[in-house]
Each structure stands twice: as C-alpha cells, then as structure tokens.
Design a protein around this ligand. Structure first.
Ligand SMILES: Cc1cc2nc3c(=O)[nH]c(=O)nc-3n(C[C@H](O)[C@H](O)[C@H](O)COP(=O)(O)OP(=O)(O)OC[C@H]3O[C@@H](n4cnc5c(N)ncnc54)[C@H](O)[C@@H]3O)c2cc1C
Length: 385
C-alpha cells in the first residue's frame, strides 16, 4: 500500500491543473437536446486527446499515458476542481469507463488497436446491451440469441435501458449462443456495430425528459465471429470483468463529482440561508459533506490497496445512496425556488435523474448481496450456512 503523493504526483497535478484551467470549455454542457450534447462531448474529448490528455491510465500505444490509476484519480480531482465537464454524465461514459477497460483486459490485439484509439479520439460512442425485459438484476436470464453460421453470428432478440444507444457506434452485447444453455453457461460477449442492418433503436423518455436510454431490437443481425471478445461461450466471464469496472473504477469520478456538488450546495446555502448554522438543514449538509469525504477516502484506499473487484461495490453502494440524498437535500435548500427552472436548472434536473443511481449498474440491493457474499463471505442467497 502507498500512502501520500510522490514528487511525481505533485508535478503531474500541477501540470494537469494548468492545462485544465487554460483549456476547459467556457460554455456549459447543453442539456436540452441529445445532438447538442453529443457535439459538446465529442469536441471536449478531442481537445483532451489532441493535447495528450486522452487517458491517463490507458497504454501509450493506444493514445493514453500509461500511468497508474492513482494519477487518473488526480486527473479526476483536478477536473472537478477546475469545473471541467463532468466525467460521468457524458456520451463517452460507457466507452471510457467500462468498454475500454474490458477491451484492455480481455480483447485481442487487433480489437484493441482498432477500438481503443477511436474511443480516446472521440470517434466512437459506446453503449451497453446487457439488460432485457425480464433480465436486469438476474443478468444470467438473458434470452437474446446468436446462431453461429460459418464466420458469422446471427442475432435476434431485444435489449432495454440501453444508455446512449441512439448515438452509439458500438455496443457491448451479451447474447446466448449455445442452444438450450441455461443461466451463466453458453453466453457470448460480442462487439456489436450499431450500424448493422436489422438493428432498431427506440428511445425511452426518462422522468427528467431526457432520452439517454433506449430499447434495442435485433432482427437476424449478422455480425462477424471475429467481433467476439474472450471466445464463444465465455461471455459470462467477460461480462463479470466488465461489471467489476462498471461497479468499481467507473464510480471514482462520480464520487469526486458528488463531493464537488455537495461543496457547491453548501456554499449556496451559506449565502442564501442566514440561519443555517445549528439548524437541522445545516446538520444534514454537514453530514453529506462528511459522507462525501469518507467516500473519497474509500476510493483512495481501494486504489492504494489495489483491492479485489467486489470491493468496488462498497463505493458504488455508498455513492448511489449519497448521490440521491444530496439531490433531495438540494431541493430542501432551494425550497420553492427550485421550481424556477431558468435560475436553478441543474439541481432540480439532477434530483429527477439521480433516481437512477440506486438502479443502474446493479441496484443497491444487488450491491449489498455482492458485499455480503463476495466480500464478507456470508452464505450465498437462498443457501443455508
Ligand atoms: C439510468 C439507467 C441506465 C441504465 N443503462 C443501462 C445500459 O446502458 N445497459 C444495460 O444493459 N442496462 C442498463 N440499465 C438497466 C439496469 O442495469 C437495470 O435496471 C438493473 O440491473 C435492474 O434491473 P431491472 O430494472 O430489471 O429490475 P429488477 O431486476 O426486476 O429488480 C426489481 C427490484 O427487485 C430487486 N431485486 C431483484 N433481484 C434481487 C435479489 N436477488 N436480491 C434482492 N433484491 C433483488 C431489485 O433491487 C429491484 O429493487 C440502466 C438502468 C438505469 C436506471
């Protein structure tokens, strides 16, 4: 375990701070239309890539800097400090936070060489095709099938809640390729080109009015066997690697962003509410700030210890619960003013959007199951001790 920052870390932090201060977009990310959001996200991604900040931890041969995860964390901290566009709510979240890391861990050299630089340059948005109607928490229940015909797989079925599907070039797609197989067996993870004939994407409007997620239908879609990651029939194993990134390292920037938002809320509350000190609301704000600090400390600890993947579920669970609590707290701070959507667009919108936090990437109940079974060693669900 390493404690504290090295001289190199300090130098890196200063370099990152200087670049971010000079380079972040002056205008805020639009949040009314998907097309404008995508254009904003692509432009910001390309600006980072062109200046050599495409990714801190990815290998240099794909356009990253090849530095340890602790430096990536510094990058997230400095981004939040500078008020840079959020690392979490943007079109490249799936590509950067779990598709890319999974390809680095599990894909062939050809797949890596093709896809990773495209992600970093901002040329390819990714989405995730795991959940189906009837198979969300119970991912092993998926039914979308792939029939292997020569060097092609013919895919038929449906996915749901597919974030960014409307704009994605590629998808992390989990399908059942072994006829008659059950549960975790006979699944395959394939990189699905979203422009293939037979794919139909239908947006779903969420509670905040956005259409980030969609239903995706596959009608005999032919994809090459060469787009399989990890081998035919090994999809469950690859999906578990992916989920360990989605529930672990992908939560790190969200934790840092959440802490920043809570600080901003406290600054606003101090200015707007003279009787804050000693009030119940003041105490709730102080508690939220303390929880955010504890969460960040947990992130540092996980990185320093290079912990087991299941431990990422601690972060995911605490983060989801804190994020929702902070948004509700903001509504109490703003009071009726929150209805003035021109003046206070961000918090009311986040309040609605943050309902997702305890559902996406595995619900809070599922994270508790993982912590119980895989970290604490409690008996598996449905099994006696
Ligand atoms: C904003 C958002 C974005 C998403 N993006 C994507 C995406 O891009 N790609 C994708 O594939 N999916 C995505 N999802 C889907 C998400 O992964 C699922 O919604 C989630 O896994 C829950 O599945 P479900 O909705 O089918 O609920 P269910 O699994 O039906 O769960 C219903 C309730 O039962 C509880 N429950 C279920 N099983 C257990 C158990 N064993 N023990 C205790 N409680 C249990 C759950 O906690 C929940 O409260 C997204 C979801 C949201 C909200």
């Amino acid at each position: 375990m390493r404690i504290g920052e090295t001289v190199e870390d300090v130098v890196f932090r200063a370099e990152a701070r200087a670049w971010l201060e000079a380079s972040i977009p002056r205008e805020r990310r639009p949040h009314r239309t998907g097309d404008a959001q995508r254009a904003y996200d692509v432009a910001w991604r390309r600006r980072q890539f062109d200046a050599g900040w495409g990714h801190i931890a990815w290998p240099e041969r794909y356009g990253g800097r090849g530095l340890p995860l602790s430096r990536q964390l510094i990058w997230y901290e400095e981004s939040a400090r500078a008020g840079a566009p959020d690392h979490t709510g943007n079109s490249f979240f799936v590509a950067l936070q779990h598709a890319g890391p999974t390809l680095i861990a599990r894909a062939t050299e050809d797949q890596q060489t093709f896809h990773l630089p495209r992600i970093l340059r901002g040329d390819a948005i990714w989405c995730q095709g795991f959940s189906e109607p009837g198979a969300g928490s119970d991912l092993a229940g998926i039914r979308t099938r792939g029939v292997v015909e020569g060097d092609e797989i013919v895919v038929t079925g449906q996915k749901i809640w597919t974030s960014y599907a409307l704009y994605a070039s590629y998808q992390e797609l989990l399908i059942r390729t072994e006829p008659g197989s059950r549960r975790h067996r006979g699944l395959t993870f394939v990189i699905c080109d979203m422009s293939l004939p037979g794919i139909d994407v239908r947006p779903i409007r969420n509670i905040a009015g956005g259409t980030d997620f969609c239903e995706v239908f596959y009608d005999e879609v032919r994809m090459p066997v060469s787009s399989v990651v990890g081998g035919l029939g090994n999809g469950w194993d690859v999906a578990m690697s992916l989920l360990s990134f989605e529930r672990g390292a992908a939560s790190f920037p969200v934790a840092i962003e959440t802490a920043r938002r809570i600080d901003e809320l406290i600054d606003y509350a101090r200015a707007a509410l003279p009787a804050l000190d000693g009030s119940a609301l003041g105490e709730r704000l102080a508690q939220a700030r303390a929880d955010a600090a504890a969460l960040q400390a947990m992130v540092h600890l996980l990185i320093a210890r290079d912990s087991a993947p299941a431990e990422g579920s601690y972060i995911r669970l605490c983060l989801a619960e804190l994020g929702r609590r902070a948004s509700a707290l903001a509504m109490d701070v703003l009071g009726p003013e929150a209805l003035d959507r021109e003046a206070f667009d961000e918090w009311p919108r986040r309040y609605l959007e943050d309902f997702k936090l305890t559902i996406a990437a595995g619900t809070s109940q599922i994270q508790r199951n993982i912590i119980g079974e895989r970290v604490l060693g409690l008996p598996r669900q449905g099994k006696a001790a």
